[in-house]
Ligand binder design. Sequence first.
Ligand code: MRU
Length: 373
Amino acid sequence: MGGSLEAIRYKREGGHATLHLLEQRKLPLETEWLDIPGPKAAWTAIRDMTVRGAPAIAIAAALSLAVDLVNGGSGAQFADAGAAAAYITEQLDYLVTSRPTAVNLSIAAEALKSLAAAQAGEAGASAAGVAGAVVEACEEMLREDVAANKAMGAHGAAALLAAAQARGRAADGRLRVLTHCNTGSLATAAYGTALGVIRALHEQGRLEHAYCCETRPYNQGARLTAYELAHDGLPSTLICDSAAAALMAAGKVDAVVVGADRIAANGDTANKIGTFCHAVAAHHHDVPFFVAAPTTTIDPQLDHGGLIPIEERSPEEITHFKGQRVAAEIGVWNPSFDVTPATLIEAIITERGLVAKASASGTGFAIRSWLTE
Ligand code: MRU
């Protein structure tokens, strides 16, 4: 299979912009691209999982606003700069309501709203100037995300190897790594976060094997991560989520690396449901457990993970398969994410390096002070 995978295609040319999102619900069986003319279509695409993964959600939402602003005439439709900033704020506030757990979109929305307000407050500000600055900031998110993922890959590859070897694993410098959900090119602008670390290990000749968990109930692992691993030709195996502890007990996992949807100030991490189980199993087997995420996934406002809003999705994700009921008639609880306590996390890998620990020897992270360093 050739070419690199992508989930988001954005183009601006001659005063017109387009945004297309890969219809991830049909992968790996069909490749279809959806045209996203503005925030309303993006909101639906995010809520219905056409696009998913914390960074990709934020980028797709921001670019839908960019498309709307560019095709609306670069601000010409607004009476003045204040009206442009008010419209931008309204659209971003709406987009943020699409899904609650991943924080990247909220953080991006706050930054874009501040930018619009600041531009509108400048002497001689124009509507076109406000819209143009916001469009450029949205477009920059695509480029920044790829650079952040590459940096995370480099930091993460070194950290995983060092932690595994400190425990007497991977003596030959090659790692067997387990991951959960999809954190690759399909969940980001490209390359990926946790899957980016696995890609970096592979590029360095240090990946012996990648294990991806199925990731029930939405099967992001079986449908998307397996697709990415096969596409790139990485040595890999798909397992049921419930096989992870047995795989560790068999001595076949040197490190676990997962992504994140929101990281609280103490390092507690919300990620796809099932992540916490892997962290507990890894702790039991003395396998180092890593989180890889850009700093835009950190929510320094929340003291701990108990404050992270956890999305609950439709019961049909569990009771049905391809529209057909497969479960008996019974009540369902379907949280889309769980929170892994910081105490189970070896390190948090970001584009700026590893987040500082709360104390040199202990567990927990000093995220607030680290962010302002
Ligand atoms: O429900 P999803 O598919 O949006 O959940 C995605 C995850 O939980 C990912 O692990 C996380 O967003 C990190 S993506 C780089």
